[in-house]
Design a protein around this ligand. Structure first.
Ligand SMILES: Cc1cc2nc3c(=O)[nH]c(=O)nc-3n(C[C@H](O)[C@H](O)[C@H](O)COP(=O)(O)OP(=O)(O)OC[C@H]3O[C@@H](n4cnc5c(N)ncnc54)[C@H](O)[C@@H]3O)c2cc1C
Length: 447
């Protein structure tokens, strides 16, 4: 048995520093469970976030504590891991160290023998960063709560305002018709048509306009044309207006201009682009247009066999195409990096180069209608939703979360009511609203 497995960490063991406790970072740490190494996992939040269900927090279906769990809790039984709450701000490849701004305001330099950068991605406004204040994106718990507040506050204001339609309070614009935009649009349509239907007296929430905009000619680009058409038809059946073929020309505090038309809207949500974390800058590495670090087939940076870059922050081609920024890629790369380091530490031969095994794509287009594409298999409707639901539940970090989400979905399905229709005071911390977070406290990232 290794020393690490007995709960003892010796300074002579190689030190693996993992930056990021998302899908890639946690998978890498777990893959090193039996390795004779000391692991320090650094994240700027204290929780691992299940981003695929963030849209359900933004649309009041789930409270944030149902889709996020403390990283310490996930790795508590793995004695060779120590978790640090802090933000990495630079990497010195020559000296093999990272600089971390710690949560107490101090700064620390942490040296490594192996480094795994798994810092994910953030929104990209394609050079129009001024859009951000009018059109927030969805990436963190804090983002989801801010969007939920905006949506619910718009209805509250509409109830007490003269002519709310003219003021754009009942018009919601989603920019970007990829999986996140489609899932948000579908969930908002069911929110207004089912959950909020009879909650107001002066306004009719069902009259709210939900407009999904994309410059592409179809929604859900990564899916087949047939599935994207079915999803669009379903969304339109729920009352979503789908506007394709025109990019956004401008966004301001009163709405957007798209295809030359001014749409007055107090709630615009950005579901379009992502850019990698600044890891490429820290490494002074070659990156693609989205800032993702070009890595080699063993997931390391060229010339630095001890530096691994994985997940959304890495760029790797397979069969001539770049791997997508999805959770499966990050998890498989995390496992690979962990196993490879283990082998190198104990002096065994390297494994074959990394190869991504694509398990398919899924997206929900409102209610219990999902599209699923896995090689030749294409499913839609409830047949797509059932595997979507099973897989999402299975991949949540804890059985307590699985149970909580299942119960909430069942409740919403039966009653139309959602778990978290709260406007939270801006100055209150997000966890004040959610009793489950007393057990799973979250520190929400604002970025
Ligand atoms: C709204 C949304 C919906 C999605 N839906 C799906 C889906 O349905 N299916 C799917 O497969 N994928 C989906 N994705 C994509 C998927 O979530 C990502 O591909 C996946 O999270 C990438 O994993 P990662 O480990 O690279 O990064 P992440 O999971 O994003 O983790 C990065 C971690 O690094 C930390 N971090 C970042 N910078 C620093 C720093 N400087 N210092 C310390 N810590 C830092 C962050 O706090 C975070 O915990 C979705 C993403 C979003 C935003």
């Amino acid at each position: 048995m290794t020393q690490a497995r007995q709960g003892l960490m010796y300074a002579k063991d190689p030190h693996v520093v993992i930056v990021g406790g998302g899908f890639g970072g946690v998978a890498a740490a777990k893959a090193l469970r039996d390795a004779p190494v000391r692991i320090t996992l650094i994240d700027r939040t204290n929780h691992h976030l299940f981003q695929p269900l963030l849209y359900q927090v933004a649309t009041s279906v789930l409270p944030p504590g149902d889709i996020a769990s403390p990283i310490r809790g996930i790795l508590r039984k793995q004695a060779n891991v120590s978790v640090t709450l802090g933000e990495v701000t630079s990497v010195d490849k020559a000296e093999r160290n990272v600089t971390v701004d710690l949560s107490d305001g101090t700064r620390e330099v942490v040296t490594y023998d192996y480094l795994i950068l798994a810092t994910g991605a953030r929104h990209s406004y394609f050079g129009k960063d001024e859009y951000e204040k009018h059109a927030p994106g969805l990436k963190s718990v804090a983002d989801a709560l801010a969007i939920r507040n905006r949506i619910l506050r718009a209805f509250e204001q509409a109830e007490t305002t003269e002519d709310p339609v003219k003021k754009g309070l009942l018009t919601f614009v989603l920019v970007g018709a990829g999986p996140t935009g489609v899932e948000m649009a579908g969930a908002m349509a069911t929110l207004v048509r089912r959950t909020l239907k009879s909650s107001f007296r002066r306004i009719n929430p069902q009259s709210a306009r939900i407009i999904l905009v994309d410059q592409a000619n179809r929604i859900l680009g990564p899916f087949s044309e047939a599935l994207s058409k079915k999803a669009q038809k379903h969304l339109e059946g729920l009352g979503v207006e789908v506007r394709l073929g025109h990019g956004i020309e401008s966004i301001d505090g009163d709405g957007v201009v798209v295809g030359g038309e001014r749409i007055i809207s107090k709630t615009v949500i950005w579901t379009a682009g992502v850019a990698a974390s600044p890891a490429g800058k820290w490494l002074n590495a070659e990156t693609d247009r989205a800032g993702r670090v070009h890595i080699q087939q063993d997931l390391t940076m060229a010339g630095y066999p001890e530096v691994f870059v994985i997940g959304d922050t890495a760029s790797l081609n397979q069969d001539g195409k770049p791997l997508p920024g999805v959770a499966q890629v990050a998890m498989q790369q995390g496992r690979y990096a962990g196993k490879l380091i283990h082998r190198r530490v104990i002096g065994r031969k390297d494994m074959a180069p990394f190869r991504y095994f694509d398990k398919g794509n899924m997206a929900v287009a409102g209610g219990n209608f999902a599209v699923l594409q896995c090689r030749k298999v294409q499913l839609s409707g409830l047949l797509g939703w059932l595997p979507w639901a099973a897989i999402h539940i299975a991949y949540l970090a804890h059985s307590s979360l699985r149970l909580a989400v299942l119960v909430q979905w069942l409740w919403t399905y039966l009653t139309g009511q959602r778990g978290s229709v709260l406007v939270v005071n801006h100055h209150a911390s997000p966890h004040q609203e959610c009793s489950r977070q007393v057990v799973h406290p979250l520190i929400a990232s604002g970025s």
